[in-house]
Design a protein around this ligand. Structure first.
Ligand code: C5P
Length: 240
């Protein structure tokens, strides 16, 4: 893998506050990471300007708003995400086949090959089997993850967001072309923070991840650009 291919696999989680911080990180990291993830907190406080600030630095955006609503509402929200010019956007697979299909069809119809790639969240990694039982789901998490990934694929979604430990299972069930985006990644030089079931960047890529979502190991480093470059070196070298 080339250095640029490795850089392009890194999605920096913009878990920051305010447009100035976005501006600072997008400036420091453009060219060093492939994409910037804008989530609910940042989008709720700064709105579409959060996306545009990244784009002004030439950065690509993963809009992580995890839509879950009636099909018509989700499809319209996805069309707006596509109009913002983001490269990745997502929804909850638990919203069901019709919700995913309506969104995927609407976005494909208006944007064709220029569309953002649409991802589904299966089961949040913060959920346990007890959480699922509490909402009336009596199946093991691993079964639910595979079931929802296949449902998403059949509904026209381009991929899923998944824990590193679920990559191989999903790759086997959904084939080589289905995108897998994984958080819970920690390079060898960084602390675990609150992440528990982690893989290193090289391990996640060799397990089959297309993109890695990485926040604090880059954001909290004294030199974020150097940290990002160390991560792409780890990926290129396949270390450890
Ligand atoms: O700082 P860190 O690398 O742990 O950031 C990971 C990012 O991925 C955060 O934005 C976090 O909310 C997100 N995420 C996660 N685990 C999930 C889903 C999303 O860490 N299961």
């Amino acid at each position: 893998m080339t250095r640029d291919e490795a850089r392009n696999k890194i999605i920096f989680a913009l878990d920051v506050n305010g447009l100035e911080e976005i501006d600072r990180f997008a400036g420091l990291l453009s060219g060093k990471v492939g994409m910037f993830k804008v989530g609910k907190e940042l989008f709720t406080s700064c709105g579409p300007e959060a996306v545009r600030t990244v784009q002004r630095h030439g950065g690509q955006v993963f809009l992580d708003l995890k839509y879950h609503d009636i099909p018509n509402t989700v499809a319209k929200a996805m069309l707006e995400a596509a109009r913002l010019g983001v490269q990745l956007a997502n929804l909850h697979a638990l919203g069901g086949a019709e919700m995913m299909e309506t969104a995927a069809t609407a976005v494909r119809k208006e944007f064709g090959d220029q569309r953002p790639r649409l991802l589904a969240v299966t089961i949040l990694t913060s959920s346990t089997e007890e959480t699922l039982r509490g909402v009336g789901i009596d199946h093991p998490i691993r079964d639910m993850v595979v079931r929802l990934a296949k449902l998403a694929q059949n509904a026209g979604m381009d991929g899923v967001v998944a824990s590193p430990l679920e990559i191989e299972l999903i790759r086997a069930a959904c084939g080589p072309d289905f995108l897998i985006v994984t958080p819970g990644v920690r390079p060898s030089f960084a602390s675990l923070d609150d992440q528990k079931r982690i893989m290193t960047p090289a391990e996640a890529v060799s397990a089959g991840a297309d993109y890695l979502v990485i926040g604090r190991p880059i954001a909290k480093d004294a030199d974020p650009a150097v940290a990002a470059e160390l991560i792409s070196s780890e990926i290129v070298e396949g270390r450890p």
